[in-house]
Design a protein around this ligand. Structure first.
Ligand SMILES: Nc1ncnc2c1ncn2[C@@H]1O[C@H](COP(=O)(O)OP(=O)(O)OP(=O)(O)O)[C@@H](O)[C@H]1O
Ligand SMILES: [Mg+2]
Length: 356
């Protein structure tokens, strides 16, 4: 069995992945993504932006079932050193995996098989690594029907992965990098190299690809929310490629996902920027002696702030740090909340923006 949909190496047949509708959608997607790249540059402090977007993605991609974990809980978890329930830990691990991947790209500019393994390992927190035992099949969640059988032999998986990486690291065709991104995502998910975490690892690879190929400078575009909201189509179109070598619907889906997400992210960045400017304005006016550029930026890097963060960032004594935060609370910029023995200071307005 499994011969019907045996996975082929890259690249696919060109006329299947570059149709007229795909090219039409491509130009819209490229333009919006270009805009996002530009808008991101206008934010003075890039860490601020990355933190804001990455945590939301970690939450969306981890899709914690049954348990309602809010952004607030996640920020609290990041700001305190308390032991966390497993669902929260999973989100925090995913966030860490994004940063691990982004650092790899920044330092070496490409990925190797072992880098993908380390990303997956950070997410899943076990040492199983690449599949060595056969038996993994993809089933329809509802009916239990087997929809696709990925390669079973470890050698074959490794061979397909190295073919994948050749195309991931360097564009081997003259296809648009965005079409390639869609193709690569399909290919990775179909190789399905791990027992678990293939979806999450693949979604991190997407953002790393955008950075490697200069479509973005920083990791701020994530498709998980779009995919969650349009999951049935996502699976259906992946299946159409497996079964029929029909690429068009799937590629259009991915291009639309990128366009819509880029456009939402642009709006979010503009709101954050506005809020930052407004906060600077208020602090300068109401507490001029406390105003420091780095202090206000910190409130946007860490929407849940605390004395230690201020000490570290501004290199000041605890007493001064504590005074700054209290002053910011007095003028209504922050709101304090006691968690255990710790006092956290919340940037309420920012948290409100990040929620939507
Ligand atoms: N027919 C298919 N062909 C190729 N890939 C598929 C198919 N059906 C599902 N997939 C991929 O398998 C992923 C799920 O694999 P796995 O459970 O290992 O990942 P996960 O990260 O734990 O889960 P999830 O992606 O649901 O968060 C899906 O996200 C999807 O990308
Ligand atoms: Mg899974």
């Amino acid at each position: 069995m499994g011969h019907i949909n045996e996975l082929k190496k890259l690249p696919p047949q060109r006329d299947k992945v570059e149709t007229v509708s795909i090219l039409r959608q491509l130009s819209k997607t490229s333009q919006t993504l270009g805009e996002l790249k530009g808008v991101a540059k206008t934010i003075p402090n890039q860490a601020m932006l990355i933190n804001a977007v990455v945590l939301q993605e970690a939450k969306d991609s981890s899709e914690i079932e049954n348990i309602i974990t809010t952004q607030d809980e996640l920020y609290k978890a990041l700001a305190t050193k308390r032991k966390q329930p497993v669902e929260i830990k999973e989100v925090i691990n995913y966030r860490k995996a994004i940063f691990t991947g982004a650092e790899l790209i920044e330092h070496q500019g490409f990925l190797r098989t072992k880098d993908i393994e380390s990303i997956q390992k950070t997410i899943i927190e076990n040492n199983a690594g690449i599949r060595a035992m056969s038996g993994t099949v993809l089933k329809n969640d509802r009916t239990g029907e087997i929809v696709y059988t990925p390669p079973q032999e470890k050698d074959e998986i490794l061979d397909l992965l190295s073919n994948f990486l050749e195309h991931f690291n360097v564009n081997q065709t003259d296809l648009s990098p965005l079409i390639n991104l869609a193709i690569l995502h399909y290919q990775f998910e179909s190789i399905h190299p791990f027992y678990d975490g293939n979806g999450r690892t693949g979604r991190i690879l997407n953002i790393l690809y955008l950075i490697i190929h200069d479509l973005l400078d920083i990791p701020i575009l994530y498709l998980s929310s779009y995919i969650n909201e349009n999951k049935a189509e996502y699976y259906k179109y992946l299946n159409q490629v497996n079964r029929l070598d029909h690429w068009e619907d799937y590629i259009l889906y991915m291009l639309k996902a990128i366009e819509e997400t880029a456009s939402n992210t642009i709006q979010k960045i503009n709101k954050i920027k506005q809020q930052l400017d407004q906060t600077v304005e208020i602090v300068k006016r109401k507490a001029p002696k406390t105003y420091r550029k780095e202090l206000v930026e910190l409130l946007f890097e860490q929407p849940y702030s605390k004395i230690e963060f201020v000490v570290e960032k501004l290199k000041v004594e605890r007493k001064a740090a504590s005074r700054y935060l209290k002053t910011l609370e007095d003028i209504g910029v922050l709101k304090s909340e006691k968690i255990g023995r710790e006092n956290l200071y919340l940037n309420i307005e920012l948290i409100e923006i990040l929620k939507h």
